[in-house]
Design a protein around this ligand. Structure first.
Ligand SMILES: [Zn+2]
Length: 541
């Protein structure tokens, strides 16, 4: 078998982002941590060699570690990407679970058989580009070369071309469509967007350095006045850059739809005026929302930033003109917020920032594919953690609830409007409350509803509860009564399922299994039974 384990050991230390630190003490910790991780990867590689059947690993497979999670009890979870004869295997990723002696416990994966396919295409690259282009249409501003991959999200692995078309949708949303074209008959097997939206409703400059962490006052649009971390500069000015959270910074895109924008800067460290008449106002909302989300992941889940490498990300506000959405982009590793229009405020509310940043976390962990049932689970993950950020922050200007996007409406008495309702998804007119086998054919912002509903029932139960101005009950699909286990257990279970057990092609049945495993690990069998009951209450059995 062709395992590239020696080169991989060096590569992994870098990929996990643990190599360098200016601080000597931290560097020593990092080196110890990196060493333990490298050993865990080595044990996972050994496991692949010794238990190849368990991973459906064949003679022509190669593996590369992408994440390592170590439990206090010594359990190790190493996430692996797979390639076949040098071609990436879409849906071939898996997680090796073992103890710290390397004894294999189990493997999380969706591939069911060893791959054995001919890697010679009968379709030409240009035919593949053409076929994808027929679907995309003429409004593209870029198209990639066709690249051969093994597409393993369907029943049997197939040789396919991946072609990426980029452009803009009529509503200004950028799009980065990944097409998978059968390399023998030209059929489009699958497609998904690398831009992950919120879902529709109905740098630094010059010779000055800015490296002093300071606290400024953000006069936000949605949350009143809040403290935000900013950077003090050698010329006495300030920049909207958070040195206490990995250097994440917020820029004004000046109504453009591309570029990094201009970092907000200010003379007196007071940002915005609680109104859109000052361009820095919504910058303060976004900057604060991202910092709250950072703290949520750090303090609740022990995760240091989106990629768990301590690095902050870029947030861009004032995108386009009258743009009523927000989105995460994997390729720029950035969040972008529109200004809204008419009855919609700028899309910078706390649950929106939490939602978008969580797309980044998903992309760096299970990497749930943004199509079919896995796409719905990706969206649900962002709604779940966006909501949990709202509860974590517990700001009196935005009382925490299970509505998504209720704060984007210019007028919303008693929070009667929202983009989505987690306790009863069908209130939006498009998301089902209960699972059905056609769920994966819906838009990912609707197929998310069943998992949102599950999460609500698991955390809060089916009985009457009051959040802000609303008292709600949650229907069950099987007539059962569900007793909630509380938010802190529920969020820990979803996070562990996402980071330890789900893979790119996980579907709803897989999510049920992943959350039951996570509940068993964290809290034991009685809580795992509660998880199973909550899934059954949304018809995922
Ligand atoms: Zn989203």
């Amino acid at each position: 078998m062709n395992y590239r384990s020696s080169a991989l050991t060096a590569a992994v230390a870098l990929a996990l982002g643990l190599a360098s630190s200016a601080h000597a003490a931290r560097q020593m910790d990092d080196e110890v941590a990196a060493d333990v991780r490298v050993q865990a990867v080595d044990r996972a590689m050994m496991n692949i060699q010794q238990n190849a059947k368990a991973m459906h690993a064949g003679m022509n497979d190669q593996f590369q570690a992408s994440d390592v999670i170590l439990d206090d009890n010594g359990a190790e979870h190493v996430r692996m990407k797979r390639s076949y004869r040098g071609l990436p295997v879409i849906g071939g990723d898996f997680v090796v679970h073992s103890d710290n002696t390397g004894k294999l416990a189990s493997v999380s994966q969706t591939l069911t058989h060893e791959i054995s396919i001919d890697t010679h295409a009968s379709l030409s690259k240009s035919e593949a580009v053409l076929n994808a282009g027929v679907d995309f249409g003429t409004a593209f501003d870029g198209v990639s070369d066709a690249k051969l991959v093994v597409y393993a999200r369907g029943k049997a692995p197939q040789l396919a071309y991946e072609v990426v078309y980029t452009g803009f949708m009529p509503d200004q949303t950028p799009t980065e469509m990944h097409y998978f074209v059968d390399a023998n008959n030209g059929r489009i097997l699958d497609k998904w967007d690398g831009i992950h939206t919120k879902g529709k409703p109905g740098g630094s400059g010059g010779g000055t350095t800015c490296n002093t962490n300071t606290t400024g006052s953000g006069h936000t649009l949605t949350l009143g006045n809040v403290n935000i971390n900013t950077a003090g500069c050698t010329d006495g000015s300030y920049q909207m850059k958070d040195l206490s959270r990995g250097g994440g910074y917020t820029t004004d895109l000046n109504n453009r739809t591309n570029g990094s924008g201009t970092i907000f800067s200010d003379a007196d460290n007071t940002w915005g005026n609680n109104s859109t008449s000052d361009r820095a106002t919504v910058g303060a909302d976004a900057h604060y929302g991202v910092s709250e989300t950072w703290d949520y992941y750090q303090n609740i889940h022990g995760r240091s930033g989106i990629a768990n490498d301590g690095q902050g990300a870029l947030s861009r506000v004032h995108y386009g003109r009258n743009y009523v959405n927000a989105f995460w982009s994997d390729s720029c590793f950035c969040m972008t917020f529109g200004d809204g229009s008419g009855s919609y405020l700028p899309l910078v509310a706390l649950d929106v920032a939490g939602h978008e940043m969580s797309h980044g976390v998903t992309s760096r962990t299970a990497n749930l594919t943004y199509s079919g049932e896995s796409g719905g689970l990706n969206e649900a993950t962002s709604d779940i953690f966006g909501t949990m950020v709202e509860f974590y922050s517990n700001n009196s200007s935005d009382s925490p609830d299970y509505l998504i996007g209720e704060a984007i409406y210019a007028s919303n008495p008693s929070d009667s409007k929202a983009l989505r309702w987690m306790y009863q998804p069908n209130k939006d007119g498009s998301s089902p409350n209960c699972y059905a086998s056609n769920l994966g054919s819906l838009d990912v912002h609707y197929s998310s509803g069943v998992a949102n509903h599950f999460f609500y029932l698991l955390a809060e139960g089916s009985g009457s509860k009051t959040f802000g101005p609303n008292t709600v009950t949650s229907p069950t699909c099987n007539g059962s009564s569900i007793t909630g286990i509380g938010r802190s257990k529920a969020e820990a279970i979803w996070y562990r399922a996402l980071t330890v057990y789900m893979t790119s092609n996980t579907n709803y049945a897989g999510a049920r299994a992943a959350t039951i495993s996570a509940a068993n690990d964290l809290y034991g069998s009685s809580t795992a039974s509660s998880v199973a009951a909550a899934w059954s209450a949304v018809s995922v059995n």
